[in-house]
Each structure stands twice: as structure tokens, then as C-alpha cells.
Design a protein around this ligand. Structure first.
Ligand code: AMP
Length: 114
């Protein structure tokens, strides 16, 4: 989608600090980090949010989660853990309408969310 910021990052029109890329998925640093570690994992194809995920996307979302885990480990989160978050629509606090997994770590995080 031409007006989607994450589609434009995926296609290289908007720059990002990329951590990983293949034909299906991309991981990059969040521009407004909420911890020492904060990156996003997105599908390159435009899926607006997790409510739109199809059963045919099962392998894709699995690969995204596994890459999120691997990158979190690379960034030193294996021992103490991290937060893996998918916000969805207005009640979920989603601000960019392109499915993404947040990985936030490197400090203790509170719960429950406000
Ligand atoms: P959410 O509120 O779950 O939709 O999260 C969207 C995230 O995208 C926020 O944490 C933003 O800081 C991040 N973000 C927005 N624009 C960019 C960008 N151009 N590059 C990297 N991260 C971005």
C-alpha cells in the first residue's frame, strides 16, 4: 500500500535501521525506542492487523515470531527475557496499520498496561 509507512520501509522508500530481511519479513529498530532493545518484525506483504491474519499466513507469523526470538537472543535478552507485543486497532493501541511484532527488552517492564 503506497500510503503505508511500513510498506514504504519494506520497499526501501523510507529508510530504517534494518536488523534482518528476507523475501517475506523485515526487522528494524523502532524509531522511538521504549527500552535499550526495541525493534519491530513485520511481514513485507500488507496485513493491516492481527485480526486480518488468514490461516494461510500461519507459516509467515510463525517465522516472524521465530525471527523475533532469534534477534532478541542476539541482542542479549535470552537470560532476562523481553516483551513480545502485537497491538491491534484502537483499543490495542495500534498506531501503524501494518501488522508488527514489538520486541522490547533490556530493562524490566511493568504489567498490566495502563
Ligand atoms: P504501534 O503503536 O503498535 O502501532 O507501534 C508502531 C510503532 O512504530 C511505534 O513504536 C513507532 O515508534 C514505530 N514507528 C513509526 N514510524 C516508524 C519508522 N519510520 N521507523 C521505525 N519505527 C517507526
Amino acid at each position: 500500500m503506497s500510503n503505508c509507512i511500513f510498506c514504504n520501509i519494506a520497499s526501501g522508500i523510507i529508510p530504517a535501521q534494518k536488523l534482518y530481511e528476507d523475501e517475506e519479513i523485515l526487522a528494524f529498530q523502532d524509531v522511538s525506542p521504549q527500552g535499550p532493545v526495541h525493534f519491530l518484525v513485520i511481514p513485507k506483504k500488507h496485513i493491516p492487523n492481527i485480526m486480518e491474519l488468514e490461516v494461510t499466513d500461519t507459516l509467515l507469523i510463525g517465522r516472524m515470531l521465530h525471527k523475533a526470538q532469534a534477534l532478541a537472543q542476539e541482542q542479549g535478552c535470552a537470560e532476562k527475557g523481553a516483551r513480545f507485543v502485537i497491538n491491534c486497532k484502537s483499543h490495542g493501541g495500534q498506531t501503524v496499520d501494518h501488522l508488527h511484532i514489538h520486541v522490547i527488552g533490556g530493562r524490566p517492564l511493568g504489567w498490566p498496561p495502563g
